[in-house]
Write a protein that binds this ligand. Structure first.
Ligand code: ZN
Length: 319
């Protein structure tokens, strides 16, 4: 199997997995995958054009043949001559010195004959490249097609308005002032490029969430559907942005407040008290695993029952 074919099969497999596996979807920005795929296809094209035609196979006897059929020492040159249907191998060894001049000229002549430049096969690599572009295009279409029939994008305008109104009401309770929530379908504000689930202006009056988070919240609030930790994440993101709107700037403290407010928020959206607490504790556990670029989102040590960031110091359950 050629390198490019193996690569394309892997690409198709990955994109299909990305469409159906929520965990992949929420962690891997698909445009990065397509950018890499495009880059590799270009690299295949360029290296194929640079390499020119494939080298002719070595028709000379291999070492194992020489051992078996007995050329006592490695000849300087072996020539394959066609005789009827059979191939005959001739060994050419160094000629006596006085014939060198003549021999040299002969060889020059032969080399010209052998290496007469053939027209480079431009068409085959270009055709392979176009097939590669076609594969990428088909995958982009497949994602668009699935997205337009599932998820936030498949909801009617009325359903979207009812949902964002509900999210805004909930966020306003946390922000302690009227705020607006937008689900950023265009991806201009949040999503893969910004690598964020939501964004809010500090102390402002509106925030944006990704369509994925909006859809998880919609399913909980309007269909009583819980999609495991994804639902918990969506609740925490809405509460997190609401706390930014309330004026909290520090990411760690904001997240600590968000998982606490998230218990009541989850309950209001339809979760049982124990389920809401369990999902927010899970968020806190996942938060402790954050590192690297998302380290600033780690909650501070004071984010614990009875700690300085406990919103209900008298209450023994946390969050
Ligand atoms: Zn934040």
């Amino acid at each position: 199997m050629s390198r490019s074919l193996a690569f394309r099969l892997a690409l198709v497999g990955f994109v299909l997995a990305w469409i159906f596996v929520e965990a992949l979807r929420s962690t891997v920005p698909i445009w990065v995958v397509f950018a890499i795929a495009l880059g590799l296809e270009l690299q295949f094209l360029v290296s194929a054009l640079r390499a020119g035609p494939a080298p002719l196979p070595d028709r000379r006897p291999q070492e194992v043949d020489r051992d078996r059929y007995g050329f006592e020492r490695e000849p300087d040159e072996l020539v394959v001559v066609q005789e009827g249907d059979a191939e005959v191998w001739l060994a050419l060894n160094e000629e006596p010195e006085d014939e060198v001049e003549e021999e040299y000229e002969d060889e020059e002549y032969e080399e010209d004959e052998l290496y007469e430049p053939e027209p480079r096969p431009f068409l085959a690599p270009v055709r392979r490249f176009l097939v590669g572009l076609g594969v990428i295009g088909a995958l982009v279409f497949a994602i668009w097609f699935v997205d337009s029939r599932t998820g936030w994008g498949s909801l009617s305008t009325d359903a979207k308005i009812a949902a964002t109104d509900r999210f805004a009401d909930e966020a306003s309770l946390i922000a302690e002032k009227p705020v607006t929530i937008y689900c950023d379908e265009s991806g201009d504000f949040v999503g893969a490029v910004q690598h964020a689930d939501g964004v809010a202006i500090l102390g402002g009056d509106h925030a944006y969430l990704t369509p994925e988070r909006c859809y998880d919240l919609y399913r909980l609030a309007f269909r009583d559907e819980v999609t495991g930790s994804q639902t918990g994440r969506a609740i925490a993101v809405l509460a997190h942005e609401a706390w930014h709107l309330r004026g909290e700037a520090d990411e760690g403290r904001t997240e600590c407040y968000a998982v606490q407010s998230g218990v009541d928020l989850g309950r209001r959206l339809g979760l049982s008290d124990s389920r809401a607490r369990q999902l927010m504790r899970q968020q806190l556990t996942e938060n402790a695993l954050r590192s690297g670029a998302s380290f600033e989102y780690r909650v501070p040590p004071e984010c614990r029952d009875g700690g300085r960031l406990d919103l209900r110091p008298g209450d023994s359950s946390f969050p």
